[in-house]
Design a protein around this ligand. Structure first.
Ligand code: ARG
Length: 476
């Protein structure tokens, strides 16, 4: 698109055209730039046209404008749309925002019919409608991307259902888990994120148009008709609320902040796993960069940036909450500040999810390093305690006995599994010849065989379930 142009010589003329003769002096250049939004809200152009066409159809249906007016408006808008798509449309800062730029061009192209379009409407209900139309589409795209990411996680989880790595609490080895199980934890998080977005969509998908500036309009409008033309589920029920609140955008940003929080947690793990000191995974080179000075480096830039970008998405949420909190009814210009943070949030999350689905699908797993790490840190100590409980020992006594065994192993620098049955029996007489079965990593994970447990069979089941949920039928 062409850059916005400043045309000082005619700026007041342009404004005067937009505002009528109410004003006696032009705004300064700085104030004009300060109050304009066209540089960023031109992004709403296509939904703005979509909303205007539905409004015009309705005005014609209730006979506020003629069929000829409607035809002229439709013809003009078709041309404007193609100019915008061809990037030949001239955006003028003097015309403040996307709405006035398009309306002015419409009048240029079709004359009086263009001047009738704004009947029974205000930019206040117009912009609220535009944002909702735009956001609905963004939500649907993010829903698809979350599906793709969950699918990638479940696909790798299925392949790695038997791969053992240490599970951690407090960043210390706790109990062995499978890598598939670990990845599916994130698939659950992203599943909840998707349902949060779906829920948010219900409150986004309501029509503000008809609220006009704040009080409604004296024209015999048909709001349900406009709602149905635009695919809204219903109309907003109160005109003051419809033009002023942006809670739907805040909800979206909140759902996005949680998506990024989950992405950030996963990123942190990828970074740790990829650190040469840990070496559990490698990431494909296309997600990493080298160092300008240290030739040996391969840095996990993508997860690090995603972790960093979580900050801006959280910031956008706080920005919108703060924007809204002091506003009395109804529309205030403060609301023009809703857009950049909202756009940035959607862009950041869209790019992040797109990259992550690809990156997770390409993760290179190093099972030997995972296994070696799981063999350190007494990961099967709980299994030994459980073994004693199954032989009639009270859990607290079993816990105590195993704690003594662990101390002994620490002294000897060996693992529990390295002690003989006789050595283990020193800590509790109930320990039998079969004890080593529960001290193996495979025995430990296989024993956790219930819904939500880490047993490979359960992990396979859980992965298959997610793959079925995220199955996308490819168009022919
Ligand atoms: N550009 C404005 C916005 O984004 C449109 C609504 C302006 N309404 C007004 N009364 N100034 O909010």
């Amino acid at each position: 698109m062409k850059n916005t142009q400043n045309t000082p010589h005619n700026q007041f003329d342009k404004k005067a055209e937009a505002w009528s003769a109410r004003f006696s002096e032009p705004v300064s250049e700085l104030v004009k730039r300060y109050t304009a939004s066209v540089d960023f809200d031109k992004r709403l152009a296509l939904v703005d046209i979509q909303g205007s066409l539905a409004h015009a159809k309705m005005l014609a249906a209730v006979k506020v404008i003629t069929a000829q007016d409607l035809a002229d408006i439709e013809r003009g808008m078709a041309q404007i749309q193609s100019e915008i798509q061809a990037e030949t449309f001239t955006w003028l800062l003097d015309l403040e925002d996307v709405h006035l730029n398009i309306e002015k061009r419409l009048v240029e192209l079709v004359g009086d019919a263009g001047k009738r379009l704004h009947t029974g409407r205000s930019r206040n209900d117009q912009v609220a409608t535009d944002i909702r139309l735009w956001l609905r589409n963004e939500i649907d795209q993010l829903g698809d991307l979350l599906k793709a990411l969950r699918r990638a996680l479940a696909t790798v989880a299925l392949q790695q259902a038997d791969t053992i790595l240490p599970g951690f609490t407090h960043m210390q080895v706790a109990q062995p888990v499978t890598f598939g199980h670990h990845l599916l934890a994130y698939a659950e998080m992203f599943g909840r994120d998707a349902s949060r977005l779906e829920d948010c969509r219900k409150r986004v998908n309501l029509l503000p148009l008809g609220a006009a500036a704040l009080a409604g309009t004296s024209f015999p409008i048909d709001r349900p008709m406009v709602a149905s033309l635009l695919g809204f589920d219903d109309v907003c029920q109160n005109s003051l609320d419809a033009v002023s609140d942006r809670d739907f955008a805040i909800e979206f940003c909140s759902a996005c902040a949680l998506i990024m929080t989950h992405i950030s947690r996963l990123s942190e793990e990828l970074i740790i796993w990829m650190s040469p000191r840990v070496g559990f995974i490698d990431l494909p080179d296309r997600f990493c960069t080298g160092s300008s000075i240290m030739p040996q480096k391969k840095n996990p830039d993508v997860p690090e940036l995603a972790r960093g970008k979580t900050g801006r998405v959280n910031g956008n949420l706080v920005g919108l909450l703060t924007l809204m909190k002091g506003q009395p009814l109804a529309y205030n210009k403060d609301n023009q500040e809703d857009k950049e943070g909202l756009f940035d949030t959607a862009d950041t999350v869209r790019d992040t999810l797109t990259i992550f689905a690809d990156m997770i699908a390409g993760i290179q797993v190093k099972p030997a390093a995972m296994r070696a790490a799981a063999l350190q840190g007494f990961a099967t100590a709980t299994d030994l305690a459980d073994y004693l409980v199954k032989r009639g020992v009270a859990f607290r006594d079993a816990h105590e006995a195993v704690a003594h065994a662990v101390r002994e192993c620490e002294k000897k620098s060996c693992d529990l599994a390295d002690l003989t049955v006789a050595e283990l029996r020193v800590f509790h007489a109930s320990i039998g010849d079969d004890v080593h079965q529960v001290l193996t990593l495979e025995g430990s994970v296989a024993a956790r065989d219930h819904i939500g447990g880490t047993a490979p069979a359960r992990v396979r089941q859980a992965a298959e379930k997610i793959l079925a949920q995220t199955h996308v039928i490819q168009p022919l």
